[in-house]
Ligand binder design. Sequence first.
Ligand code: EPU
Length: 431
Amino acid sequence: MDTIIIRGGKPLVGTVEASGAKNAALPLLAAAILADGPVTYRRVPHLRDISTMMTLLAYQGAHVHFDDQSCLHIDTRPASKAEAPYELVKTMRASALVLGPLLARYGHACVSLPGGCAIGARPIDMHLKGLEAMGAHIEVDQGNVIAKAPRGLKGAHIVFDQVTVTGTENLMMAATVAEGETILDNAAREPEVVNLAESLRALGADIEGEGTNRIIIRGVSGIHEGEVEVIPDRIETATYLAAGIITNGDVTVTHAEPGHLEAFIARIRDAGVQVEIGEHSIRCRCNGPLVGVNIHTMPHPGFPTDLQAQFMALMTLARGTSIIRETIFENRFMHVQELVRMGADIKLDGNTAIVNGVESLSGAPVMATDLRASASLVLAGLAARGETRISRVYHIDRGYERIEEKMQKLGADIERHSGSETWMKGIMANG
Ligand code: EPU
């Protein structure tokens, strides 16, 4: 297993380009199931989760390939298998995004039910209830969701009990080719949902209201071939900005979308960071130490749960106390004990972390436990005195494209070592 080794303390300075967003690309790729011709995707990031979705579509019989210009082409016309097997779903929960499109296209689907994951139970009951409201018959057998709608899906009025991002996306895709009108109330307003709605519309769908909590979809007989573009990754963008901030540096992220990061930008400004916003760029600089700021995670446009861990890393070195409340996932504090191993002062009380800023962090061997927790450990390692070794970095590879290369470009002393040999060397080096 790979290890990332960081020798901290160097201010990060310079410019990096945001990659396309993983969480926008995944539903866009699933939407190809509905198209009756090839779909071309621009700005798809090269990530493990994307490869998993490509493998899943290829397993179903689709033609899937990247060309020399880094455009991804998917043609699902040759596909015939309406299935997502456990082997793929267990490595990526977002595989469940194929359920709505498969059921809409074939009238049946068999998708392995995702289990819990490191950050929470994460059921998909609202996806299933929504499909049932559209006329599907659903049962769970031997760990698989077996969905049937032999007479096709029908439009329905669906009110989500709780905001769900992939739930909104799954039902939006199913409704695109259902008979009649579907209204999704209490829908997710995330930029990734908007990207999906705009892309489906470019392929012939009739959708309005994306970006608000009511989305209206009027079913069409089919969607066609075309070209779509993945939006910039707001979480990756903010992670690089945080890398500049935590090292007292000066980082600009280009090809970014500042409008997608308003809550993050407001909170780092409160913490004392100087933020300059361009049309498609964000620059962050610090004038002196950060001050503690409270956050609580919320669906968009609130503070994103996917940035909670990275923000906490910043707050470990801020003056004063910061209260961080996680309201989306019940177990998204796996980074806390690892940050404590690096010298942070953090107390947990249920879904709240109380962070008392310390003068400095010190490098330590730590373990990545999920994607965003790993990113917070990279940030802490960049700021810490001495060497930090992060193991289980396959979590980072799920969501950050060429992370060590991009960090190196900004001046970080960071490298990746592969295999168990590194682990042994790690043991020797750490006595
Ligand atoms: N929930 C239910 N039932 C459902 C669906 C969701 O109880 O049927 C609950 C979840 O357990 C959670 C809350 O509702 O407590 C919100 O979950 P949501 O469905 O919005 O999460 P998701 O769609 O599974 C996406 C992102 C996550 C991101 C969340 C919240 C993708 C592929 N994943 O997950 O991204 O944290 O929205 O914004 O879009 C990440 O990239 O690291 C990541 C975890």
